[in-house]
Design a protein around this ligand. Structure first.
Ligand code: PLP
Length: 339
């Protein structure tokens, strides 16, 4: 076993032993290759470097009490990467290839999968890039798909404790009919300035509004937004947010728990009436939002007065984590056990 302090792992890059790669050339995908290098050798005119032909996924492998390794809803990640590829005209990774490479990357680095009980997991990063050269703005003719992994701890240092996020109005994450709905790097480049400024101003992340009217909530940088009110789970519906698999799962669990699920436009004024709020995604699962501060107006919306997460958010978080780690029955068939 590696000498890793599993309980204090940050959410960050961690070097492991192997990654796996596959190249798309002459109209077809080649054989899967295993590499120990952290570097990619590519053409200087590769489209991923110049014109942003790049898409990625983020998923986790969890080790259960029984020692078994579990993947959570990998098909959804494979499908979403397919939509991302279609959205920016990249070669699509067949679902079977996606799965085979994810499993291979996980198994080759098995000693880096955190043992049960530390709140840690193995983060999996599939990456699809245009590697063929172009100088005119055109899609590449060659692509590389790779998967690398690394053990991670909680995304926010606060863990499952409420964070304060900043509502920004002078930046948009994605254009109304742009690429916000697919997981491409360009969306993140556009979000860096606002996120970095927020950090300097004391906020771990921002909440973006829908760009056209600035009336409705879109999402937090790398996570979807949800709120709880009167036994309803409320989450924004917008063409410019990334459909989070965590959010999709929480909607189902909320329904299972007898809550109403409302996926609709969520106006900023509604924030005043919400009992709980949170940001959700693979990295943090749920980050309870204790307070939102509107950077422009200074208005504050408070969802947690005692510094603790709300009861419904806590219940949803525990339920989802229990399924992911294999502590509770996987009634929706979300989990793939690797053997
Ligand atoms: C990846 C991502 C999320 C979270 O999606 P999950 O599938 O739950 O991990 C949310 N918003 C954005 C912008 C993302 O890129």
């Amino acid at each position: 076993m590696e000498n890793i302090n599993w309980s204090t792992l940050p959410f960050g890059y961690f070097k492991t032993d192997y990654n796996v790669r596959c190249y798309y050339r002459n109209g077809k995908w080649g054989l899967i290759e295993t590499s120990s290098s952290e570097y990619i050798n590519m053409h200087m005119a590769a489209t991923c470097l110049h014109y942003g032909q790049e898409a990625f996924e983020g998923m986790k492998a969890y080790r259960g009490k029984d020692g078994k390794i579990r993947l959570f809803r990998w098909e959804e990640n494979a499908k979403r990467m397919g939509r991302s590829a279609d959205g920016i005209l990249m070669a699509k990774v067949p679902q079977e290839l996606f799965y085979e490479m994810v499993v291979k990357a996980v198994k080759l680095n098995e000693k880096y999968i955190p043992p049960y009980g530390h709140g840690a997991a193995l983060y999996i990063r599939p990456l699809l890039i245009g590697t063929g050269p172009q100088i005119g703005v055109k899609p590449a003719e060659e692509y590389m798909f790779m998967v690398f992994v690394g053990p991670v701890g909680p995304y926010f240092k606060e863990g499952f404790n409420p964070v304060t996020l900043q509502i920004v109005r002078d930046f948009d994450r994605a254009a109304p009919q742009g690429t916000g709905h697919i997981k491409v790097g360009g969306n993140y480049a556009g979000s860096l300035f606002a996120a970095n400024r927020a950090k300097e101003e004391g906020f771990p992340a921002v909440l973006f509004l829908e760009a056209k009217e600035k009336k409705y909530i879109d999402e937090a940088g790398p996570a979807n937004f949800f709120a709880i009110k009167n036994n309803s789970y409320i989450t924004p519906k917008s063409d410019s947010i990334l459909p989070s698999i965590t959010n999709m799962s929480l909607m189902q669990l909320a329904e299972d728990m007898g809550m109403n699920v409302e996926r609709r436009k969520v106006a900023v004024e509604e924030l005043d009436g919400f009992e709980e709020a949170g940001a959700c995604g693979t990295a943090a699962i749920i980050s309870p939002i204790g307070k939102l501060v509107d950077r422009e107006t200074g208005k504050e919306y408070v969802f947690s007065k005692d510094g603790k997460a709300g009861t419904k958010s806590t219940k949803l978080y525990n339920k989802l984590q229990a399924i992911q780690y294999g502590d509770e029955p996987d009634t929706h068939n979300w989990v793939t056990i690797l053997d």
